[in-house]
Design a protein around this ligand. Sequence first.
Ligand code: NG6
Ligand code: CA
Length: 507
Amino acid sequence: MYRNVFVALLLVVPVIVSAQRRSKHAPLPNVIYIYADDLGYGDLSCYSKNGIHTPNLDKLAASGIRFTNAHATSATCTPSRYALMTGKYPWRQTGTAILPGDAALIIPTDKTTLPNLFKKAGYRTAIVGKWHLGLGEAVAKDWNGEVKPGPNEVGFDYSFIFPATADRVPTVFLENHKVLALEANDPISVDYSKKIGNDPTGEEHPELLKLKSSPGQGHNQTIVNGIGRIGYMSGGKLAHWTDEELSSTFLAKAEGFIEDQRKEPFFLYFALTEPHVPRMPATRFKGKSGRGLRGDAILQLDWTVGEIMKQLKYLGLEKNTLIVFSSDNGPVLDDGYQDEAEEKFKGHPPAGPLRGGKYSVLEGGTRVPFLVSWLGKINPQVSSAMVSQIDLIASFSKLLGQPIPTGDASDSENVLDALLGQNKNGRSLLVEQGIGNSIAIVKDGWKYIPPNNGEAVMKLVNIETGNLGLPQLYNLNEDIGEQTNLATKYPDKVKELALLLSNIRNK
Ligand code: NG6
Ligand code: CA
């Protein structure tokens, strides 16, 4: 047994050492990627004078780089997270739109992923928080046994997740392959097509709700913790989460992992749920922001980040840990529940100066807060480099000295120098994705949106999509709010960008 471990060590150690040697950044840092859910470009006080007061994130920003032109690949969650994990544009792959809570895993288990890149470099890897990339081989699955493949099969040594979104069933945590606190005599079933079990639904029993769903937006199926969800579930009573405890539960698990790993390099993907609906922060944050539950949820997010920063300091890891903070898509106010976000955010646009928001192919959809901090290594600054979350794989591959096999992560670009503040070049060209497959291309500050017959405003959420039956061309350097369509004025630019976009599409 010991002999086997010894032999295994002999095999593994040279790999780690050679990775360390290959990188000019040795010793390599721990990496924590903190991902907010639906946080907008104008939501934090370090990005906007109208933002929520977020002292911890402001401190993180001041200690490193605050990017002003950084993007999620897409304006919704699943595709952005797919790109983050795989380094591939999600619109190349069907089945990458917002997933129901019972979807099968959509990340390939045999390709390079962000976590398995770190793993190859000798890091221990973990995800804590929202997953939303599917679990298991198929929609039909037994939630009461080992639920896999999932995060552990695509590169995470440890996972503590909820499967989809806070507003979708099953409203349970999974630790590695198992639903937490599940009792054998109360098995869980999940169904997205018909009611199962006897638990009340929001539709039948609105009087049981503490947060009413918005008219026409669903969110009125099985009630858990006084909140109607998307989808039906039965059983697993003891395993149901309490929304007010989501954040502190994730924080405790993240801190536990960091504490356990303090002596060895680690990569932690900390995927928070704030300020996604249902916004139901811990009671002590309720009413604190003056901007309703959405504002309170952002305060909770900020506090959580502050706790991680405190812990790193306490453990003596603050200098040796690189932190990236971002959001999976732009902001939305009414996204399914009557939580007064529309009223409370009047005059405080969550996308700041950007047009559109979550779901849009306009800048508000994908341009998000993006902070990078590595104390002692990165000079504090504001950077206008254009970077995308899809670039993390190629950039960390460079940092770790871990090559990516040809064909994998093929849309990811190495922008490490921009991420470390050594230049402001970033990528020269970016494809942005709105809901559905509406896409746009940005190059040298010019943005082209091909004609699209989809609806111009998503009425349910009152957000401009960016769809128009005509070509749109914006000069983002002068018109960040995409107000003036220059397509007829510069037909050659339109042609050039249309051709580039079709080349990338067909790559
Ligand atoms: C939408 C939901 C919205 C939210 C979103 C996913 C409706 C009407 N709206 O379909 O409430 O759950 O999906 O958000 O069902 S995301 O950030 O995970 O992409
Ligand atoms: Ca999201």
